[in-house]
Design a protein around this ligand. Structure first.
Ligand code: PBG
Length: 343
């Protein structure tokens, strides 16, 4: 048998280092592939992966996002094809974002039953019965100014926005979404959506809330993909300050009290400590979102030959799971699922 352990006669000079004849040899359990697998503490599986899709109008559309190689804006028919292909790779959940044909000041297309997301939900559910359909609930893709809510001047009106978010979540539920995922960070929206869903008989539709969502530079490429960059200003009045973790715990606690079934920490890699604290504190289903900028960095470095991208991909996903995420939202879902299946 060949191992990388070195010759058996490789007696360490540190014999009897403690005078008892004992030497600690943690390397023993790293000797072979099988032993390393035996003692592995963290195991990824394809079932924990969620695959984000950007759905647009039209048919036969498959437009690559330049800052996210391998990620496309897809018309509904193509989104169905992509979901089928992802399911064949072993992915069991998709997260839908929409690119509406028309935007306006109040993001009214978000709650339009004929818009791309609502159509994609119906089409995917018609075609597949073993994939969880999750929808992003936010207005930034639907407003002409790119902000996550309805504005008064340059101020986002919290409670007015929540009303539109509830309508949006309801339209997703009516189309057949299993889970709605509010990503707007307005106060009180989880409770309002829960009451809205229950009031219309959608008690079984779950809420996966972006509970600890930071105001992050790592969302840059997403805003190309979803065409949702704010026309002025930024998102600092609702997304969290990257410096804070105690505040993340308060945000998560509030969302759980309001009825969230799953909580998301976002981004993932720069916030592994937050994922760990959230999981340890609440022991609730917890997701980490490996966002567009994290993906784009790995892609770019891999493309340049600066890192081994497939290894870096699996290492990053393993780290997010090890930190405490039960669920990982990642643009790498298909590639990772294939890698886990040995393909
Ligand atoms: C919508 C939303 C964003 C992301 C998910 N939902 C963008 C933002 O908050 O600006 C980012 C996802 C990513 O970067 O991959 N509000």
């Amino acid at each position: 048998m060949t191992t990388d352990a070195g010759p058996a006669s490789d007696k360490v000079s540190a014999e009897e280092p403690d005078g008892l004849g004992l030497i600690h040899r943690p390397r023993r359990l790293r000797t072979t592939v099988a032993t390393r697998a035996l003692v592995r503490e963290t195991r990824l599986s394809a079932e924990m992966l969620v695959y984000p899709l950007f759905v647009c109008d039209g048919s036969g559309v498959r437009r690559e996002v330049s800052s996210m190689p391998g990620v496309h804006q897809l018309s509904v028919d193509e989104a169905v094809r992509e979901t089928v292909a992802a399911r064949d790779d072993g992915v069991r959940a998709v997260l839908l974002f929409g690119l509406p044909a028309h935007k306006d000041e109040t993001g009214s297309a978000a709650a339009d039953s004929t818009a791309p997301v609502q159509s994609a939900i119906r089409a995917i559910r018609d075609r597949l019965d073993d994939v969880t359909v999750i929808t992003d609930v936010c207005l930034c893709e639907y407003t002409s100014h790119g902000h996550c809510g309805i504005l008064d001047g340059d101020r986002i009106l919290n409670d007015v926005t929540v009303g539109r978010l509830v309508e949006t979540a309801l339209s997703h539920a009516e189309a057949g979404a299993h889970i709605v995922a509010p990503s707007d960070m307005m106060d009180g929206r989880v409770g309002a959506i829960r009451r809205g869903l229950d009031g219309r008989g959608f008690e079984e539709v779950a809420i996966m809330s972006y509970a600890a969502k930071y105001c992050s530079a790592f969302y840059g490429p997403f805003r190309d993909a979803a065409d949702s960059a704010p026309a002025f200003g930024d998102r600092r009045t609702h997304q969290m300050d990257p410096a804070n973790v105690e505040e993340a715990l308060r945000e998560v606690e509030l969302d759980l009290e309001e009825g969230a079934d799953i909580v998301i920490v976002k981004p993932a890699m720069p916030y592994l400590d937050v994922i760990r604290r959230v999981k340890s504190t609440f022991q609730q289903p917890t997701a980490g979102y490996q966002v567009s900028g994290e993906y784009a960095m790995l892609k770019a470095a891999g493309h340049n030959g600066w890192i081994d991208e497939p290894r870096a991909m699996m290492e990053s996903l393993t780290a997010i799971h090890r930190a405490g995420a039960d669920i990982i939202i990642t643009y790498y879902a298909r590639e990772a699922a294939r890698s886990l299946a040995g393909r």
